[in-house]
Design a protein around this ligand. Sequence first.
Ligand code: HEM
Length: 415
Amino acid sequence: MARLLAEQRSSIYSDRPHSPIYQLFGTHHMTPVLEYGKEWKRQRKLLHLSLRNDVIDRYQELHLRSAHRLLENIQQDSKNFYSHIDLYTASAALEFTYGREVDGKNDPVITMATGLAEVMAKGLTVERVGLLTALPILKYVPSWFPGAAFQDEARKCRGMVASFSDFPFSMAKKQAETGGLQPSFISDMLGQGEVEVEESDAKETATGIYIAAGETTSSTLKVLVLAMLLNPAIQDKVHAELDVVVGKGVLPTFEDRERLPYLQAVLYEVMRWHPALPLGVPHATTASDIVEGYYIPKGTLVIFNTWAMSNQYNDPECFDPGRYLTPDGKLKPDAQQDNSQYFGFGRRVCPGRFFAGDSLWAAAAVLLSAFRFEKARDAFGKEIEIEPVFRHGMVSHPEPYRCSIISRTGAGEGN
Ligand code: HEM
C-alpha cells in the first residue's frame, strides 16, 4: 500500500506536513522538511547529481579511510565507542558535503554540526511540531509567556543554522580556489561538475545533508553492534566469512563486498530488526484522494509505518540474516528491494541511500574483521546481561550499553 500511494500516486503523496515551527527554528530550507514545490525539486536535483548510484563509487576511499580512523579510535579508547561511531558518520557526511577531511572531534565544523543537531533534537520535538501545526498562532507568543521558552530555543537555533550554512560553505569555496577540494557535493555545485547552480540553493541543500545523514547512519551502526553482542553465533558466521574471503588480520575493501553476502545480509537484517526511522518521515497529501473507499482530504498527514512493515516476517523479533539468503548462502534477488523500504517511498525516497549503504558496509566490514563484540563482564567474570532500550524521537537510538571489544588479532581488549 505504501508503494502504491507514494509511487503510483506520487503527485498526491509527496508533500510534508506544513508547520510554522520550521521557519521559527530556521530549518525550513532543509530538504527533509521542505514542502513539495519548486525549491524542493531544485534541491532534489542537486542531491541527485552527487548521490546517484552511478557516481557513488567515488566516495569509497572516503568511507574506507573513515572506517580505518574509526577502528583506530576504538583501539585507543574502546569505552567511548558510541561517540566514535557518531564521529564516523558525522565526518563522512560533512566530508561528502564540503569536500574537506574533518580533523577529529574538535574540528570546528563538527562542533557546529553536532551543536546544531542537539539544539534541533531538543527544540523540534514531535509534540511541538504537532502543537504548532494545530495552533500556528503560537508562533507569535512572546518568550516570557509561560510555556513559550521554545521562542528562545528557536532564536538560538536560527543563529546556529545561519552560521552552519555559511561557515563550511565559505571554507569549501576558498579551498576550491586553491584547487584542494575533493569530489563532493560542493565541488559538483561549484561548477567543477555538470551544472551551474544558484549559490543559495547549494548552500541550503548542503545544510540539510548532515541533519539527514548523521544520526540515521550512526543509530544503525549502534544497532549492528548490539545485534552482534546479543547473537554471538551470528557474529561467528560473519567472522568465518571474512576470514575465508579476505583472510584473518586483513582489512576488507569494497572489492571484497560481492563475496561477502552474509555480512550484507546482516546489515539488511539490522535495518529490519530495528529501523532507525520506525515511522519513516511523515508525508502529506497535496490533493484529496480515495483509497479503498476511504476519503483522504488534501493536507492529510500520511505516515508509512515502517515498524509495522518490519514486523511482517516470521518471528520478527528474532535477528535472522538468513531471511535475505538463499539456501546456498547467496543474497536473495529481492533482498535489496526488500531493504529499500527503510529508506522511504516514492519521490521522497532517501537520496542518500546508496551513500548510506556504503558507509554502513565500510564500518561493519572493518570493525567486524578487527574486533569481536561481547557482553561486558562484572568483577567475577560473569557476563552482564543487556536489556536493549531504545530512545524514541524521529530517529530511534539504542541507549548506550556496556560492551567488551576484543581484538581478533590479539592486540588488546576494552570494556
Ligand atoms: C542508514 C541511514 C539512513 C536511513 C535509514 C535513511 C532513511 C531515510 C528516510 C526513511 C527518509 C524519508 C523518506 C520518505 O519521506 O519517504 C530519508 C530522507 C532523506 N535522507 Fe536519508 N537515510 C539514511 C542516510 C542518509 C544519508 C547518508 C544521506 C545523505 C548523504 C541522507 C539524506 C536524506 C535526505 C536529504 C532526505 C530528505 C529527502 C526528501 O525529503 O525529499 N540520508 N532518509
